[in-house]
Design a protein around this ligand. Sequence first.
Ligand code: ZN
Ligand code: ZN
Length: 331
Amino acid sequence: MKTAWLLRPETVAVHDDPEPRPGPGEVMLRTELAGICGTDVSFYLGHRVVPYPFVLGHEVIGRVAALGDGVTKFMIGQRVLVEPNYPCLSCRLCLSGRGAVCAQKGSPGVNLPGCFSEYFNAPAEFVWLLPDAISGQDAATIEPLAVSQHGFNRSGAKAGDTVAVLGCGVVGLLLIHSAVAAGVRVIAHDRFVNKLEMARSLGAEIPEQNADAAQMWQKENVTCVFECAGSPATVDLAMKAAPRASRVILLGLSSEPATFSPLRLVREGIEIRTSMIYDHPKDFACVIEKVARGVLRPSCVVTHTYPLESLGRALARAGTGEAGKIHIKIP
Ligand SMILES: [Zn+2]
Ligand SMILES: [Zn+2]
């Protein structure tokens, strides 16, 4: 089987490896379409390190090719989607419904082999049957949609509210898509004009250039500010400009320190919440159902598709920050 290996930062090579077999309780997928995520890009660029050589990738759909011992809920040939974070399901956090932050969580493409390969094994517990109504492009974009929908749910925003989204990368754009579908008005911010155009096409409003965020959000009664860019500058802006009594939801993964004034946040009643991936199993169940009904169509953020052989070029393209979601077609 063809597998794309990250040999060192910015170097990917496709090798022919022996076909794997599913372990007990696992489903083996013949992969069809996989998405590139910001996490893959940070490993590719060397901002985060993995033990090389390593297989990246975690957003994947495919067909069931083999079943490990004890797996009875799938049949060979069925079209499936992987929920690519495996909380242990037995620790204190998992038992209290906080599996998203389980310390023993397994994550393909991060601390387990990833999916940029012709075959991929996943625990049956985290494999979802795809309804026929869902297209391949939509299905392969359900995982990032679940991240955004979870962030939207954490905000408590409801129909008729106005919210601001900082950063129109894939998570920001899908958050806009989820919010607009829920009847929420969105003001979108990004430094790239093409990203703002995508945000506008999804129903967001774009402020005038150089508009003062604090003044505008105050005037427009913004109740939630979503930080989806993951840069210290946007975290600072969210903390400084969030209106009185609003909620700041942090989804971006910035490792740089950011600053805030406790006096302002406390005195003006500003609440900060974080949102990490999704809760198993309810978020995937909810998002798959919304996509199957046509309420959400996450393929709206896909801008490029590359073959597996061109994974390196695709990762470099994703690293520019200008593309939307990039898909990898396998084989
Ligand atoms: Zn991802
Ligand atoms: Zn756990």
